[in-house]
Design a protein around this ligand. Structure first.
Ligand SMILES: Nc1nc2c(ncn2[C@@H]2O[C@H](COP(=O)(O)OP(=O)(O)OP(=O)(O)O)[C@@H](O)[C@H]2O)c(=O)[nH]1
Ligand SMILES: [Mg+2]
Length: 304
């Protein structure tokens, strides 16, 4: 019997826990079962209390205090400890039926997704046939406010791509907090972020505005860059080298051609429902469900 799950990942403050909460509310409203697993050892408050909480195994605060580690080293320690105590997960998840959607709420330290092999090992353990056998989908959240700074948007997209390549499970990317940019970005422009287009770096309004202030055109700027001291901080952060690097990153993402975003507005029930449909499709949730007899009160509701 398969189990079904989604691992909600992304940088710090991307809205992961908020998305988990709205997903659980949506599942409850649709009479579906959710099992909420908090894997963030530093988490403090929750809208829905977790059904399984890594803090019952180990807390970041204790690790930092007892091991003398900082928050990032402490987090890695917590995950290494989890990997040595996988029974903690197996005992709680083993009896869940295929009706459940298991939601893993992950921490926001980006190192976990890009630098260390712990998460791929955890995902392999969760998905392995014969073990928990969870059909797992990764949902990677990036804050929509990143679209305001295009270089930052591509850097964030690169981290999403890196997680996608490392984890080797079905993966969806989500632009969260859409409510914050709705009035700032035109629909036409937004499309170019949804399917990242490297041309976005050529007509960045921030560059246009800066050139206007400095009274230069793009050609003059290029000529100036060519003669500037490459060690100079301004040149490093804004000059041709920086632009070339961003172009190369954006080109890599475009050529990889596997990254696109879904838009999420947690206040909007339909938006959460649409993302759930993508998750269900990725893990083929509906194909595995037994036809279910309606309960009496559900019949009554349908009659109304
Ligand atoms: N405007 C707006 N704010 C949001 C949205 N989602 C989350 N937030 C806010 O963003 C902040 C971070 O949200 P969380 O859900 O805790 O983010 P997280 O990714 O779980 O954060 P960490 O676990 O600390 O990495 C909170 O202040 C939320 O209220 C959203 O859709 N719109
Ligand atoms: Mg969180």
């Amino acid at each position: 019997m398969s189990k079904f799950g989604v691992m909600v990942m992304g940088p710090a403050g991307a809205g992961k826990s908020t998305f988990c909460a709205s997903l659980i509310t949506h599942l409850q409203l649709n009479r579906r079962s959710a099992f909420y697993v908090n894997l963030d050892p530093a988490a403090e408050t929750f809208e829905h209390s977790p059904d399984l909480d890594i803090r019952d195994l180990i807390s970041l605060e204790d690790v930092m205090e007892e091991m003398g580690l900082g928050p990032n080293g402490g987090l890695i320690y917590c995950f290494e400890f989890l990997m040595e105590n996988l029974d903690f997960l197996t005992d709680a998840l083993d009896s869940l039926t295929e009706e459940y959607l298991i939601i893993f709420d992950m921490p926001g330290q980006i190192e976990l997704y890009t630098h260390v092999p712990i998460l791929p090992a955890l995902v392999r353990f969760l998905t392995r046939t014969g073990s928990l056998d969870i059909r797992l989908c990764a949902a990677y959240l990036l804050e929509a406010t990143f679209v305001v700074d295009r270089a930052k948007f591509f850097a964030g997209t690169l981290s999403a791509m890196s997680a996608m390549i490392m984890l080797e499970v079905p993966h969806i990317n989500i632009l969260s907090k859409m409510d914050l940019v709705k009035d700032q970005v035109r629909k036409k422009d937004l499309k170019r972020f949804i399917n990242p287009d490297s041309g976005l770096l050529d007509d960045d309004p921030a560059d246009v505005a800066r050139r206007a202030v400095e009274g230069k055109n793009a050609l003059e700027e290029q000529e100036e860059d060519a003669t500037a001291d490459p060690q100079d901080k301004d040149t490093l952060m804004r000059g041709s080298g920086f632009r070339k690097l961003n172009k190369a990153v954006a080109g890599l993402i475009e050529n990889f051609s596997m990254i696109s975003y879904l838009k999420l507005d947690v206040q909007d029930e339909d938006s959460v429902g649409a993302i759930l449909s993508y998750i269900d499709d990725c893990i083929q949730y509906h194909e595995a469900q037994e036809p279910r007899e309606l309960k009496e009160e559900e019949f009554d509701e349908m009659d109304q």
